[in-house]
Design a protein around this ligand. Structure first.
Ligand SMILES: C[S@@+](CC[C@H](N)C(=O)[O-])C[C@H]1O[C@@H](n2cnc3c(N)ncnc32)[C@H](O)[C@@H]1O
Length: 422
């Protein structure tokens, strides 16, 4: 009933993720397995992306693509163009507009159609003066530090991707084709946007643009609303400075318009680092560390990973209890489900500092109280689930709507008193 990890940050066009219906999670590209086949290239920053193939000792540069307008519009507008750069079914598309930022895509025509559809509505992405600054974080490189008190629920960043790349590109194409497509895509970004793409850290080595993509991107599905799922990597330069913490103080989601949103999920003091989680937080510490080391290429030094052995054992035991209790509460025929068990689940989430996932516990609590025919606590937890779910999954997420319905009228919800009457 509760979602566990999958590799993909599911979005709805990029879709609304539903806790009750639709397992999801988010991770920054776990791609080391793909890194080895990549030939090391040294990157010489120039407008033309001159790259030196060290193996062949030959220098080559990307052609400056001729842009073929798909629609009869001006480039300055919010208009998609397809460049002449295509390999097999994958082409480079770009849009110099999109709220003054610009975006480039390497994908197939079906996905591109969906991406364009998802861009139709306008979103407000200006959030005023940021309350954070860039700083060196020991053991992590750069990161973001709060300048001021940030209250739970405050928005931190809302941003469009600079680059969106179909994952099939990496499985289907030759390396040189991949490099050329990506270079062409980045080269098609407006100057400032291209500079912010290239300013991101690459931590894995190899081809610079690919390295940046793999170090800083989110896996996202395009087309779930259309019962299709095209897996893409989305790179949001504005979000690239968030370091990982297994117990972060921010939650993020990507909405139907391909916009990445982060919100504070607890009060943050000045001087605290702003963090998101790249991983499934319900895994034990050893599995989380294994994941960051082998798939993400760094050794996690977050608060939860660097705790004492005693604290780690206690944390792992709580995570096992959470799994067990969720299995009971997710089984409508369970004889062990009880109000005491519901309260225990919520307490475990709080003790484990899983605020960025707590809408799941609240949702399960609301559903179970309703199954017991107890309207008051069901409404209390449905309200909390709506509030937390808006921060974790966005206001349009299916679970948020479901919990709003339950909160409005528990007795007409399909779960009402179901444990008693079956
Ligand atoms: C998305 S970037 C984050 C920003 C990056 N620190 C920078 O300097 O630009 C991801 C990279 O940051 C580093 N990083 C993020 N979280 C970390 C953590 N908890 N412990 C150690 N390194 C971390 C790793 O090198 C990782 O590949």
């Amino acid at each position: 009933m509760r979602p566990r990890q999958s590799l993909f940050l599911s979005m709805s066009a990029v879709s609304a993720r539903a806790l009750v219906h639709n397992p999801f999670t988010k991770e920054i590209c776990p791609w080391t397995s793909l890194l080895s086949p990549f030939t090391p290239y040294s990157y010489a920053p120039s407008d033309e992306f001159r790259l030196l193939d060290q193996n062949k000792n030959t220098e080559w540069a990307t052609a400056q693509p001729t842009q073929i307008p798909i629609r009869d519009h001006d480039l300055h507008d919010d208009v998609w163009i397809r460049t002449h750069h295509c390999v097999d079914e994958y082409c480079v598309y770009s849009n110099a507009g999109l709220f003054g930022q610009g975006m480039a895509v390497v994908t197939n025509p079906q996905s591109q159609r969906l991406i364009e559809q998802s861009q139709n509505s306008t979103v407000h992405i200006g959030l005023g003066e940021p309350k954070f600054r860039v700083a060196q974080i020991p053991g992590k490189g750069n990161g973001l530090i709060a300048n001021d008190t940030i209250r739970r629920g405050e928005p931190i960043i809302a941003s469009k991707p600079a680059l969106l790349v179909h994952q099939g590109v990496f499985g289907d194409l030759e390396l040189e084709d991949i490099y050329q497509l990506l270079e062409s895509a980045v080269d098609n970004l407006p100057t400032a946007r291209k500079a912010s793409y290239l300013a991101q850290a690459g931590k894995m080595g190899g081809h610079r643009i690919v390295d940046i993509l793999f170090t800083n991107s989110y896996q996202m599905n395009v087309g779930e609303h259309h019962h299709e799922a095209f897996h893409h990597y989305g790179n949001f330069p504005a979000a690239s400075l968030f370091n990982h913490d297994c117990r972060p103080n921010l939650a993020f989601y990507i909405d139907d318009n391909l916009t990445y949103h982060t919100h504070a999920i607890r009060d943050i003091k000045p001087g605290e680092e702003l963090t998101v989680s790249y991983l499934d937080p319900f895994e034990p510490r050893s599995a989380r560390q294994e994941r960051t080391r082998h798939s993400l290429g760094f050794s996690c030094s977050c608060s939860q990973c660097s705790a004492s052995q005693k604290e780690i054992d206690a944390s792992d035991a709580r995570l096992r209890s959470i799994k067990r209790i969720e299995a009971e509460l997710g089984d409508f025929n369970s004889k062990l489900a009880s109000p005491a068990l519901i309260e225990k689940l919520v307490a475990l989430y709080e003790k484990e500092r899983l605020e960025f996932k707590i809408s799941g516990a609240y949702t399960l609590a609301a559903l179970n109280y309703n199954l017991f025919g107890q309207a008051e606590p069901a409404q209390k937890y449905a309200k909390l689930a709506v509030e937390a779910g808006r921060l974790e999954n966005g206001p349009d997420a299916l679970d948020v709507r479901e919990m709003q319905d339950l909160c409005d009228d528990p007795k007409t919800h399909w779960t009402w008193d179901l444990r008693r009457y079956g």
